[in-house]
Design a binder for this molecule. Structure first.
Ligand code: SAH
Length: 468
């Protein structure tokens, strides 16, 4: 069974550094299930391919097994040596564990950079067919190419076998590609060969960090990965849900002296929403996306203005969307009003065609909840693929934090914030994004301004196709 990974990043031989395996050598690793080989069939500056070959020893495996259940011949004659199975996942973990965690002394900056990658799995058994392969890999940003094999080419009427050659292409970080294969190959292999215990839950959560929680097929993946063991699956799903930034009340900045600060904070959030709604109104847009809509406070303002004819609220938290549905009384709205608004459970770090075709987008206090490493994906999802004409995006101004008495230096306003930016950092990011995607950008402060620290919140207003 063979997996190849190819890059055309220049110089392509950097792949050897990222994988911690020298392109000039053929290496062999004895494993409990057979032999693993790593070699590079091509290694030039333009193109480099690493091949991992697993020589699975079916007979040896039978001899090691204590219980000899099942049909005896099948233990010897099966597809194990030829098909990607959880053995491949084990080999990936053993041979490329360091690459997966993103450590690389020689090319530290390349670890976090998306590079053009192609993975080819020589044969995969997938009874769910190409559709399932797409459901698993496309939300992660891969172009999926699956070539199925007939059961027997001499008897086409017998139909397709469950086997295909799978090719995945993406511009992504190598560590992500390895991690996705590590988790998803055993998901396809419904015949998982090793015992599933509690540490599998840990492994899944660790390897799934940053992507599995928001994957549309996370329940299926968790279920299959844990070999359909109900209690483990429940445990893993509960813990994945916990990592969802859900509780809207906690989303507010931390309180200081109860009464006044809460009022102040609510007021600040209200000002923010009003500023965004006002800018959207002035733009004349009739269709609006509210990305990371939370429990729908901005949606309320948009719905109250009949000029917005088509409104879509998107959030990764299902609970937040349920609250939005309740707060907006969506189920009781008259049909015409109901037609104007929809809620969508989805993540901003995956391309989603349903976000295309809107004139405007609001992203209010959301980016600081995204993993810094996923920001580049979010950027493409919004600015390149959804590509609305105008975008209002707000984020806290970190310089203002010292004016919040309750915040100790170096801490964030909310436990779920992954970063908070100074005005300069925000401007730097927004200017670069605007330039990469053909937008112009203006900035405005939100909330009372301090002479040194500026305002507590900051808004960037992007307009497509305008030269600054
Ligand atoms: N915009 C709202 C909520 C801000 S709180 C308001 O101003 O009131 C941040 C919101 O972003 C939360 O509801 C959280 O669930 C959502 N969020 C975080 N990561 C997300 C992601 N990857 N995709 C979509 N929404 C996300």
């Amino acid at each position: 069974m063979q997996l190849t990974i190819t890059t055309t990043h220049s110089p392509a031989t950097d792949l050897g550094y990222l994988l911690h395996k020298n392109p000039a050598r053929v290496q062999s690793f004895p494993r409990s299930f057979g032999q693993a080989y790593v070699m590079y069939p091509e290694a030039t500056n333009e193109r480099c391919t690493m091949a991992l070959i697993l020589d699975v020893d079916s007979v040896g495996l039978v001899r090691k097994r204590q219980d000899s259940g099942g049909f005896a011949l099948e233990q010897y004659v099966n597809d194990r040596p030829y098909v990607a199975s959880s053995f491949l996942s084990v080999a990936l973990g053993d041979l490329f564990g360091t690459a997966m965690t993103g450590r690389c002394k020689e090319r530290p900056d390349l670890v976090d950079r998306p590079i053009p990658l192609e993975a080819r799995v020589s044969v995969i058994a997938c009874r769910g067919g190409e559709g399932l392969l797409r459901q698993l890999f496309e939300p992660l940003g891969y172009a999926v190419d699956a070539t199925p094999y007939p059961l027997d080419p001499r008897f086409p009427e017998w139909g397709e076998s469950p086997y295909s050659t799978l090719i995945l292409r993406a511009e992504t970080r190598l560590r992500d590609l390895l991690t996705h294969l590590y988790v998803l190959i055993p998901v396809l292999d419904n015949d998982k060969h090793y015992w599933v215990g509690d540490d599998e839950v840990e492994k899944l959560l660790r390897r799934g960090e940053g992507w599995l929680g928001a994957h549309p097929a996370r329940e299926f993946i968790t279920h299959r990965y844990l070999k359909n063991q109900h209690s483990l699956t429940q445990d893993a799903l509960a813990r994945l849900a916990e990592s969802d930034p859900i509780d809207q009340d906690e989303m507010e900045e931390r309180p200081e002296k109860a009464g006044e600060t809460v009022a102040y904070r609510l007021n600040l959030h209200e000002q923010r929403l009003q500023a965004v709604a006002e800018a959207l109104r002035e733009s004349g847009a009739r269709s609006v996306l509210d990305l990371g809509c939370g429990e729908g406070r901005l949606l309320r303002l948009l719905l109250d203005d009949p000029n917005f004819e088509r409104i879509l609220g998107v959030d990764v938290s299902y609970r937040a969307l349920e609250r939005a549905r309740e707060r907006l009384h969506l189920d009781q709205l008259p049909e015409r009003q109901r037609q104007r608004i929809a809620l969508l459970h989805g993540s901003l770090t995956y391309r989603d065609r349903r976000l295309e075709g809107y004139e405007a987008a609001a992203v209010v206090e959301v980016i600081e909840h995204l993993d810094y490493a996923r920001l580049a994906v979010f950027e493409r999802v919004l600015f390149e693929f959804a590509h609305p004409r105008v975008i209002a995006l707000t984020t806290p101004n970190q310089e203002y934090n010292r004016l919040f008495d309750s915040l100790t230096a170096g801490t964030f306003r909310h436990a779920d914030h992954r970063f908070e930016w100074t005005r300069e950092q925000f401007h730097g990011w927004a200017n670069a994004v605007a330039e990469r995607h053909g937008y112009s950008v203006r900035f405005s402060p939100i909330g009372p301004e301090d002479a040194d620290a500026g305002a507590p919140s900051q808004m960037a207003w992007f307009t497509a196709g305008e030269v600054t």
